[in-house]
Design a protein around this ligand. Structure first.
Ligand code: FAD
Length: 291
């Protein structure tokens, strides 16, 4: 997350001090981030976020709850999205800001990170309760009130990169390894089709990277990459489960069944994290002038 979206966010919106202190550590792989956007009553509708930062002497006092926060139990920093002004019906996107939260200082000083165990029985995401967490003045990221613009800009990085179409790649590679060179026709056709789709998605993703580099706003194109990518990632699991003729619990074979077992339980989340399929398709339809 740090190199995918928080680093570029800092590069675009951070102060010189924030960039100098953190970006080299991200590049060196020494610093990790988590993303505090979703809340119990605010997932797809991020503008409904209720976590509030109020101005106090020397900084801000934050109260609220974040949920599904991947890696909050390990991350060095959180980019926290919250309201800095009361909600206005006239403009739901106004009055929000982002903060750069030093997690080592925050945990135990107003922030409580509780594990949520996922379907695989693993601890990946968390509920983060925030009660009277004090953040210094310079913890704000970018300009006060620009949170919505910043967070939507960040989502283009989150949605268009390789981790939105390569989540099942190891399974495809293992299936090719296990079945080639004598794969039955049905399997060969299926694996060839999946491979050609990955090659195409890689091109799409690279063209979004080109738009980002040119300073353009590829929110729509990024939604397209994520939706097509998620369809392919989920389809890969189902297709290989059928053509490879292995069951997840088949202990006799080697790597393929365990990768398959892992992905059968993980794949449902691909079209939820980073924006659900319905939300992305709504964005794409709007971009095509269909709604
Ligand atoms: C593995 C994983 C990791 C995650 N990591 C993070 C993280 O690190 N940080 C973070 O902030 N969040 C994270 N999330 C949360 C994720 O962003 C939300 O789950 C997602 O945005 C959906 O929000 P929700 O769960 O509240 O569902 P809801 O918004 O309640 O949606 C429920 C259902 O209703 C549909 N729906 C909602 N609104 C509409 C609409 N307007 N039109 C049509 N259909 C609609 C949705 O598509 C969905 O099917 C993670 C989620 C997962 C699964």
């Amino acid at each position: 997350m740090a190199d995918r979206q928080s680093g570029p966010n800092l590069l675009r919106n951070g102060t010189e001090e924030q960039r100098a202190a953190i970006l080299p550590r991200i590049a060196a792989g020494e610093c990790s981030f988590c993303i505090g956007m979703s809340e119990p009553d605010s997932g797809s509708d991020l503008a409904a976020a209720r976590t509030r930062a109020q101005r106090v002497q020397g900084g801000w006092l934050v109260n609220g709850t974040k949920v599904w926060t991947s890696g909050a139990h390990e991350a060095d920093y959180m980019i926290l999205f919250c309201r800095t002004e009361a909600k206005s019906d006239a403009d739901r996107h106004a009055g929000a800001s982002q903060f750069l939260v030093d997690m080592a200082k925050a945990r135990g000083a107003g922030m409580t990170v509780r594990p949520i165990i996922d379907m695989r029985g693993e601890h990946h995401f968390n509920e983060v309760a925030i009660q009277d967490l004090f953040l210094p003045e310079d913890a704000i990221l970018g300009r006060e009130g620009d949170g919505w613009k910043q967070v939507t800009g960040e989502l283009a990085y989150e949605r268009s990169g390789p981790d939105r179409f390569l989540s099942s790649f190891t399974l495809l590679a293992e299936a090719v390894r296990a079945l080639a060179p004598d794969a039955p026709d049905r399997a060969a056709v299926a694996l060839g089709r999946l491979t050609s789709h990955i090659v195409t998605l890689r091109r799409l993703s690279r063209s979004v990277a080109g738009m980002l580099r040119a300073g353009e706003d590829p929110a729509l194109q990024a939604a397209l990459v994520k939706d097509l990518g998620n369809v392919l990632e989920q389809e890969t699991v189902e297709v290989i489960r059928l053509v490879a003729d292995v069951e997840p619990e088949d202990e006799a074979a080697e790597v393929l069944p365990s990768v398959l077992a892992h992905l059968v339980l993980t794949a449902p989340s691909f079209s939820l994290r980073g924006g659900t399929r319905e939300i992305l398709r709504g964005m794409i339809a709007r971009g095509l002038g269909l709604r």
